[in-house]
Ligand binder design. Structure first.
Ligand code: NAD
Length: 360
């Protein structure tokens, strides 16, 4: 396979962990016989310093020409005093999501074997770990609906169209199908809404049922009210496979899921538009406190690459090879500082990247 990838390393630890992800990509190319053309471009603080703005036009062009975007992270103290709309995160990431209509946000919540103790949940609840995916609608609902205020009140309209719901639940069902074919487990989708109170949720549930019946009848579907879902995640996280929900509920549930998974250095995310295009990034930020120290955990960036191969290029085996290599390195006892525990071997960013490459 031949594909083009835009590489936007950004600021802080972004460039350090991106080098490791690219090393892993080269290894995948070699082992599976693919050819990926990489084009680097400035973003965030690096965009401001080198080209005068957080999202330079040239960077948009590079992304437009690419089949997918591998993103590091942006921001840091150097740019914190700029006007809000010119700052790295607000000036780069949000316009990029809007420009490419990245309406589906995917956040895997997974505990790798050996890292169960990193979860704040009780050991009997975590068991041997959990592995589920939160699919959040990213461009609709109350965050994008009509807003207003007068002297005594303020409002944000939570509005969803049938087509907005259809496309996001399709992503969820499709993801469940892909995950099941990789693991051999039953494909399950849990749709989260508040259909006992909100009209938009009544429509959400109706459309979800219709798409389920007409296009994905073989996949198990359950519905949960959002307040119940927030509790169930804490008591039975191992029962979930794919969770799909609207923007506001997804914002909260995806952070809850990240928190119960343990270290931010292990969590990746994908933001997808139609036709397979997507932007893939670690869930954490640019970690300026550890920049340049060689101790950042590169696994979140490497898992972002694995998501890219799976969702934009359909390379499930290659994605699985990366995840297996990470598990194998963890089984060998290698740990970066953020996931370190007694009896393990502490390694830096480069050593962790090299070890993962070796396993592939
Ligand atoms: P952060 O995620 O950068 O850091 C929080 C803590 O987690 C820090 O102690 C950091 O050292 C640690 N951490 C994060 N990633 C790690 C990794 N891979 N390995 C080891 N430790 C890791 O969040 P913050 O401190 O709130 O934000 C720092 C900067 O990042 C800010 O400028 C913020 O605006 C920006 N930010 C960017 C993004 C993005 O690019 N998508 C997201 C969040 C924050």
């Amino acid at each position: 396979m031949e594909k083009k990838i835009a590489v936007l390393s950004g600021d802080g630890i972004g460039p350090e962990v991106m080098i490791e992800a690219i090393k892993v990509l080269k290894k995948i190319e070699e082992k599976f016989g693919h050819s990926f053309q990489l084009t680097e471009a400035n973003i965030g603080g690096a965009g401001i310093d080198n080209e005068g703005k957080a999202l330079p036009e040239k960077t948009i062009e590079v992304c437009e020409e690419a089949d997918a975007v591998l993103f590091g992270s942006v921001g840091g103290p150097k740019w914190e005093n700029l006007p809000p709309n010119e700052q790295p995160e607000r000036g780069a990431l949000l316009p990029l999501r809007k420009h490419f209509n990245l309406y589906a946000n995917l956040r895997p919540a997974k505990i790798f074997n050996g890292l169960q103790a990193a979860s704040p949940l009780r050991a009997d609840i975590v068991g041997d770990g959990f592995d589920f995916l939160v699919v959040r609608e990213l461009t609709g609902g109350a965050y994008f609906g009509e807003k207003g205020s007068d002297e005594t009140s303020a409002w944000d309209l939570m509005k969803y169209s049938v087509s907005e719901i259809e496309r996001i639940v399709r992503v969820a069902f499709q993801s469940a199908k892909t995950r099941a074919s990789a693991t051999g487990k039953t494909a399950k989708v849990c749709s989260v809404d508040k259909a006992n109170v909100l009209s938009s949720s009544v429509l959400w549930r109706k459309v979800t049922n219709e798409i389920h019946q007409s296009e994905f009848p073989e996949i198990e579907l359950e519905h949960l009210y959002v307040d119940n879902a927030a509790m169930q995640l804490l008591t039975r996280p191992r029962d979930f496979d794919v969770i799909v929900t609207e923007n506001l509920f997804g914002d909260i549930l995806s952070d809850e899921s990240a928190q119960i998974s343990g270290s931010i250095g292990m969590l990746a995310s994908a933001s997808l538009s139609d036709g397979g295009f997507g932007l893939y990034e670690p869930s954490g930020g640019s970690a300026p406190d550890i920049q340049g120290m060689g101790i950042a955990n590169p696994i979140a960036q490497i898992l972002s690459l694995s998501l890219l191969l799976q969702h934009s290029f359909g390379l499930t085996d290659e994605a699985k090879a990366i995840e297996n290599a990470i598990q194998s390195v963890l089984d060998d006892g290698l740990r970066t500082g953020d996931i370190m525990s007694d009896g393990m071997k502490k390694v830096g960013t480069v050593e962790m990247g090299d070890a993962i490459c070796e396993k592939i």
